[in-house]
Design a protein around this ligand. Structure first.
Ligand code: PRX
Length: 650
């Protein structure tokens, strides 16, 4: 019988850590919350020293010039040294750092020990240097989950270059926008990748994306026999460069506040914003959240299923676990290849003990039925995690019952690209674990839920989730090239001393928080963040579109899906136009953004000042009363809209 890590409260659907879990956990003392909150600067100062190797200690722990703030000023360190070298120096060079599982089942996993990682990262850092990449330069990364992903990120970190990863399913246009915005001179990509049994071409998209951008050199990882066009003088094969490169590279000494990476995310306008994360604060935060929330021990095998294109892939499939010296599984492909039991096969074969995925994936698995799960022994699992969107009770219970076999705590982790690491969650050694309740602000972070008049809400009343200073060390330090946007997005609704998360929330009890979802024009499609603005921009560039509005529609599996209301000009609606618009969105953003439905309407509902009333469209797609239409400029538009959204009522 496998160990029970969790026990049920007899009266309620609430779970607590078992005595065994409390004993095993890295953190099981609930007084930590109060202690950290009493003096967060002291707490983080101690924690930064304990977690990382600094080549020079800071002389000032925190500085605030609202809305800007800094941590560990004057401190120096290198992120790649902290993720690799020190583990090798401490005698753990032979420990497995990464177990990479290819999608094709006839290929063997690639195992990289910390020693292997050191050699490969050093070689690649020298390659980047030989291409003229210097401290502070930006390097674009357009990679799927190939076995070289962490090597690419850490090689940039080793020489102090700032990486900017672009999700490989994003379009050439998205890549081009981001390379231009970051002014990246080097791009790292792959010739192809496997998805659901097919070898897809990535290089072609990378070429289109690099065209007209500042990129001068492209490094191509060979992942399969795809016919690849290499431009002489610009494109180089990774394996050829690596062979010739020196296997030693001294890590660059970086300021704690030096940017480690930029990661683009959707903002409320069409143009994505480059969220900046620093080195010392980010890594300290990544380390402690990995250590306490995933309760990483020396013998754990951690698997975070996120792609490196997202912040979750940065923090919990690279920096966090590696800084902790953990062993992690990385899987290249689709969860349903060759069938829906693939994930559980990987868990069993690699004895995964901590597993972290998204509610969308859980709902997908639940839909397929438990037979796929039952084929495998999942007794190695100890902690389960969820991320990316609110997890509904059904998905939570299915995850708990069928994957955790009622033995494992579920940490429902709330955070954002901007927060760099998890900020609200239960801790496995403290609990409680409650379906739909993310839990408690991480020790050393401080949250309140306020209403519009900035008053704190009472239990179970809805409000806005706000972070109070000092802001956690993992928080973003700005928006690349656009400090005004940083201020306007995060530090204007509640003044420049409070961080507005754009999420709605409720107090479940005096400690625990239930996050209810975004309150801005952002939607979460299969956990991916998209804004109505970027979708509308993509649709509006189609020549026959006069105007459009996009709203989310709830979806049983994907959480939300986009629905577009479109007014055409000069042509009549047709299937061809619908297909063209959908194609346009896929080309401009990527398949994640594919609208579920294009609804052609005569007019969009507008206020007297001409603003589109998305609120009304949202109500129409969920088939709820639309409320007062008195303030509309064109109330007559409603009859047509109701008729067109009739499909919802059938
Ligand atoms: O709305 C929240 C939701 O995801 C948003 C952040 O999206 P992104 O920057 O793409 O980062 C996702 C991965 C960290 C948040 O503003 N969100 C994320 N996790 C949760 C969540 N909503 C509820 N519960 C969560 N556990």
């Amino acid at each position: 019988m496998a160990t029970k890590w969790v026990i049920k409260d007899k009266k309620k659907a609430i779970y607590w850590p078992s005595e065994k879990m409390k004993k095993k956990a890295n953190m099981s003392d609930a007084s930590i919350y109060k202690k950290a909150l009493n003096n967060p600067k002291k707490f983080w100062s101690e924690k930064a020293l304990e977690a990382l190797d600094w080549s020079k200690k800071w002389n000032k722990v925190y500085e605030s010039k609202p809305p800007f703030f800094k941590w560990f000023l004057g401190g120096k360190l290198n992120a790649s040294y902290n993720c690799i070298d020190r583990h090798v120096e401490n005698g753990n060079g032979d420990k497995e750092a990464i177990i990479w599982i290819p999608e094709p089942t006839n290929e063997k996993p690639v195992v990289l020990t910390y020693k292997d990682l050191l050699e490969k990262v050093s070689r690649f850092a020298n390659v980047l240097k030989s291409f003229g990449v210097k401290k502070g330069d930006r390097v674009g990364i357009y990679l799927p989950m190939v076995s070289e992903v962490q090597i690419a990120l850490l090689a940039c970190a080793r020489i102090g270059a700032v990486h900017g990863v672009v999700f490989s399913a994003f379009s050439a246009e998205s890549l081009n926008d981001r390379l231009n915005d970051a002014n990246a001179k080097v791009l790292i990509t792959a010739n192809g990748y496997y998805r659901k049994g097919k070898l897809l071409d990535l290089k072609k998209k990378a070429d289109q994306g690099a065209k007209g951008s500042p990129v001068k050199k492209v490094i191509v990882i060979k992942r399969g026999e795809v016919k690849t066009k290499m431009s002489k003088g610009r494109d180089y094969w990774f394996h050829e460069l690596m062979e010739k490169a020196d296997p030693e590279c001294k890590p660059a000494e970086m300021n704690s506040e030096s940017p480690l990476f930029i990661l683009y995310t959707s903002g409320t306008t069409g143009k994505p914003k480059g969220v900046i994360h620093d080195t010392g604060g980010y890594l300290t935060y990544a380390y402690w959240t990995s250590k306490w929330i995933f309760d990483l021990h020396d013998d754990d095998v951690f698997w975070c299923t996120a792609d490196v294109g997202w912040i979750t892939g940065h923090t919990y499939a690279c920096y966090g676990p590696l800084a902790c010296g953990a062993t992690q599984v990385i899987y290249e492909g689709a969860p349903n290849y060759p069938d829906w039991s693939r994930f559980w096969k990987i868990v069993e074969e690699n004895q995964v003990s901590v597993f972290y995925t998204a509610p969308t994936a859980i709902r997908m698995f639940a839909k397929q039925g438990v037979e796929f799960v039952k084929k495998h022994n999942l007794n190695s699992l100890r902690v389960l995690g969820s991320v990316g969107e609110p997890i509904d009770k059904d998905a939570w219970m299915w995850y708990f019952n069928h994957i955790g076999n009622k033995r494992c705590p579920i940490v429902d982790t709330w955070w954002q690209t901007e927060t760099g690491g998890i900020q609200i969650s239960a801790l496995p050694g403290i609990g409680p674990f409650i379906p739909t309740v993310a839990g408690r602000p991480f020790p050393g972070t401080n949250f309140v839920i306020l209403d519009e008049s900035r008053k704190e809400v009472k239990k179970n009343e809805g409000g806005y989730l706000i972070q109070k200073p000092p802001f956690a060390p993992g928080m973003l330090r700005g928006v690349w090239g656009n400090p005004k946007r940083y201020e306007k997005t995060y530090f204007s609704d509640y003044g420049n001393k409070l961080y507005f998360t754009s999420d709605g929330a409720k107090y479940f009890d005096k400690n625990n928080i239930r996050v209810t979802g975004r309150v801005d024009d952002t939607m979460k499609v299969a956990g991916h963040r998209l804004t109505t603005g970027e979708l509308e921009d993509a649709i509006a560039t189609y020549e026959h579109v006069s105007e459009c509005a996009v709203v989310p529609e709830p979806d049983k599996i994907r959480g939300q899906v986009p629905v577009a209301f479109v007014v055409l000009k000069g042509v009549k609606e047709s299937e061809k136009i619908t297909e063209d618009i959908i194609k346009q969105v896929i080309e401009e953003i990527g398949p994640t953004a594919k609208p579920k439905q294009i609804i052609f309407v005569n007019e969009l509902p507008k206020t007297r000042s001409g603003k589109i009333m998305r609120r009304i469209l949202k109500k129409l797609v969920i088939n709820e009363p639309i409320g007062n239409t008195m303030t509309l400029q064109n109330p007559e538009s409603i009859a047509d809209l109701k008729k067109k959204t009739n499909y919802k009522r059938k």
